[in-house]
Design a protein around this ligand. Structure first.
Ligand code: ZN
Length: 360
């Protein structure tokens, strides 16, 4: 129930997972109907919320609210008897331990080498530990983040456990690219994919939960390409702000710039180490806004313009460019993106693109 919700940091719950109802329903239903699988693989890009979902699921599995003590628990401490909502209650001892990272039966598998989870890591932390019964919870949960970093030997070692896990074991694998893993592992997991979250839901989340103002929330949401964590990161990222001012400063005046000034701007992109894809995205959004402004006119509140604070500049750009010219520029941005991906000379590629923008 919302009224009894613990809102301290870390105490996130299912309703904090934005736009992934199918996935979270799947996990919640597994708990509700007591049909927990021994292995799950949560797949999604960086920052998409894999770890957050795994944490909530693990906490929900261990939550003591509304449960009778298990064989190895004499009593349940602090389990709020009145709590009727779905787990986690975020108030019982188990929930508190889980949030503080010291629940004895939620094990985060670590690895000392940054890019490899070795066979020793799996043997010591999973295979060699899993036969010891849970200390206090009903389950013993292993969370393996960046699971695609397991080398083949490590995966084969894990496979042995996945073939005959103890009844209480739950293994949560988190991966950005499941295809890097052995098919034999995947076939033993319930695979859950984190799909892109619609832009309007991300925007709403940024405004309501992160208290980001409307204009900024729109930009970050459209930039995040369906990734809520990325949107939150952008919203608090000063480099991104700096790049945005730099791009807008340039595009607003591009028609007046000389070629040498354009070349100097291109140098600046390299010097400032801006992310080229983000830079091109900003250019694209600017010209999409110019097009929208041209098509819907100035004061149509339904017109989904992103750079709302730059209406005057958008108006003058909409006057300067024909529809054909905008279309050509949008193609030029796409072309620049493919050329840079193919390692064509960066300065030359960008200069050509800016010249297309200048030409109008
Ligand atoms: Zn609880």
């Amino acid at each position: 129930m919302e009224t009894s919700r613990n809102t301290e940091p870390g105490y996130v719950t299912w309703s904090d997972v934005v736009g992934l109802a199918q996935l979270t329903d799947n996990l919640q239903n597994a708990i509700k109907h007591n049909k927990i699988s021994h292995a799950y693989l949560i797949q999604g890009e960086k920052l998409s919320g894999k770890r957050m979902i795994a944490d909530i699921f693990a906490r929900a599995l261990q939550c003591e609210a509304g449960k009778a003590p298990t064989a190895h628990q004499e009593t349940l401490f602090d389990a709020p008897a009145q709590y009727q909502g779905p787990p986690p209650c975020n108030q019982c001892r188990a929930c508190k331990q889980a949030v503080n990272g010291n629940h004895p039966d939620i094990i985060y598998v670590t690895h000392e080498k940054p890019n490899v989870i070795s066979v020793d890591n799996i043997r010591q932390q999973v295979n060699g530990d899993i036969d010891i019964k849970p200390y206090s919870g009903e389950y013993k949960i292993y969370i393996i983040d960046e699971a695609e970093k397991m080398n083949v030997q490590a995966q084969n070692a894990l496979l042995k456990t996945l073939e005959e896990p103890p009844a209480y074991a739950v293994i949560l694998l988190l991966a950005t690219r499941a295809e890097a893993m052995l098919q034999t592992i995947l076939s033993r997991c319930v695979v859950l994919n984190i799909k892109p979250v619609p832009e309007d839901l991300i925007k709403k989340y940024l405004m309501q939960k992160v208290e980001i103002p409307d204009y900024r929330a729109s930009i970050c949401a459209s930039f995040a390409r369906g990734n809520v964590g990325r949107a939150i990161e952008l919203a608090s990222n000063e480099v991104f702000d700096h790049m945005k001012s730099s791009v807008l400063g340039l595009l607003k005046h591009i028609s007046e710039l000389e070629i040498n000034q354009i070349a100097a701007e291109v140098k600046k992109i390299s010097e400032e180490k801006f992310d080229t894809n983000d830079y091109l995205d900003l250019c694209f959004i600017w010209y999409r806004d110019v097009l929208l402004y041209k098509a819907c006119g100035a004061f149509d509140s339904k017109c989904p313009i992103i750079f709302k604070e730059d209406m005057t500049a958008l108006a003058s750009a909409a006057g300067y460019y024909s529809y054909d010219a905008i279309e050509k520029i949008i193609h030029a941005i796409g072309r620049a993106r493919s050329r840079i991906a193919a390692n064509v000379n960066f300065d030359l590629t960008m200069e050509l693109m800016f010249l297309d923008m200048k030409a109008g």
